[in-house]
Design a protein around this ligand. Sequence first.
Ligand code: PLP
Length: 233
Amino acid sequence: MLSLLERNLKSVQGRIQRACERVDRDPAGVTLVAVSKYVGVDLIRGLYDLGVRDFGESRPQSIWEKSPQMPADIRWHLIGHWQTNKVRRTIPMIQLAHSLDRRDLATVVSDEAVRVGRTIPVLVEVKLVDDDAKHGFAPSEAAEFFQQREQWPGLDVRGLMCMASLHDDPAACRPTFAHLRQLRDELIHAGVPTANVGWLSMGMSQDFEVAIEEGATHVRVGSSLFEGLIGDD
Ligand SMILES: *Cc1c(COP(=O)(O)O)cnc(C)c1O
């Protein structure tokens, strides 16, 4: 008998698979980032034992706390707002920062990366919805950032990230995801190498299938994986 966690994981993986089939994409091109911000290390370990290696946290402090307790081959993704005073301690622990949302942060991350002799993979967060609670570059600022990216030699820029608005109807998020993909295509057209802008982190529990149909390479899924296992379900 499958555990609830395993059933949830298989269900999410099946939904990813079917979304890929609908638009003729290879599921290997979509990374499921398990957003573990709601849970403790036991459930993270449960998913790890089921084969999941990519985990996302929205707070740097949660990565500081959880990663030392977890196997070293986990790839930690920072998906939330990153304060500049939390850069130094976080850099050695993460595989990818999805939420590079402003130039001063880019400078602090790049300087620290150079100092330790590394480059840090990052996605540029773009604010596509009118919501004061959301962070990110305006699309035109993001384009400018990409053109000037050599000013930040410690950054290994890989792509773009966005958050859609919360809607009851996931289809309502489609224009936002299509917008991020268009921005990527425009940047490629303007000469930015695909290696620097190819990845698109978009889609959460409510809307990841639509995001995949629109080209997401990374989906950030939390609640759907932990349904029935966390407090307020
Ligand atoms: C919490 C969070 C998610 C996951 O949201 P769910 O709806 O629980 O899947 C994805 N991205 C970001 C940036 C988040 O903070």
